[in-house]
Design a protein around this ligand. Sequence first.
Ligand SMILES: [Zn+2]
Length: 278
Amino acid sequence: MPSLVSVAGSERRLRDPNPTPKLLGVGFVFLLTRAGLAVNMGLSENKAGWANLPNEPEYMRLIFLGPPGSGKGTQAKLLSQRLGLLHYATGNILREAIEKDTPEGRLAKPYMANGQLVPDELVNDIVNARFRGTDKPTRFVMDGYPRTLEQALSFDKTLKEQSLGLNAVIFLKVEDEEIVRRNSARWTCTNPECGATYNTVFKPPKQAGRCDICQQSLYQRDDDKPETIRKRVQLFHKLHADVLRHYEQQGLLAEVSATGDIEAIYAGIVNALGTDRK
Ligand SMILES: [Zn+2]
């Protein structure tokens, strides 16, 4: 499976489906297209962000893919803040539609209220409606969507219809056992009145297996057990193999290692986005 998704991320350059005339400098276009000067100044001051992307067109349309625990959400959020992109995460997609009381949102509401999974088709409908609206996002980072090939095909169709080309699909790569390690670090207090949680990597209890607050023993919930997480990882690979191959065939896929600290991973992403000169 890894061979299917193996792309030299750092080597590939950002695709530019609708090239901006070269005479218009990025900063100039950016000033024209961004409303607030303060926002622009904030971004231009940010060395790790826009300033490091000298050849970028004025838009940026990205999809982030990665297994649970890859830090995908963190990186998508960071990129959205630094580059001024709409961070469109699965949860937001659904919540927004429900809050705006759109026809699709009304259909999704009972699923959300009952804690059920919203059917793929309905999620597609919500995304499609959002991207066909008058306030459709033109600069965005998708986080958690599309998660299946069917969703990817549906999203392709809508983007094409709206003349919105994708720049890149970033896959944050983490070894399976590392995913298991990151996701199985959570331990919960057995005392139901306490319920404190610990993370053996980031927030370990002072004494192993014992709650700092009430001194009761700690246990791992089924969801946090390594065998459960291994199953989730398998499911992730099964679902995403087709999606990754789909974007690889379009020359959009860039694989970035998601190990190291947040800024190191971010730098890897910026690099994969096609800066060919340093
Ligand atoms: Zn406790």
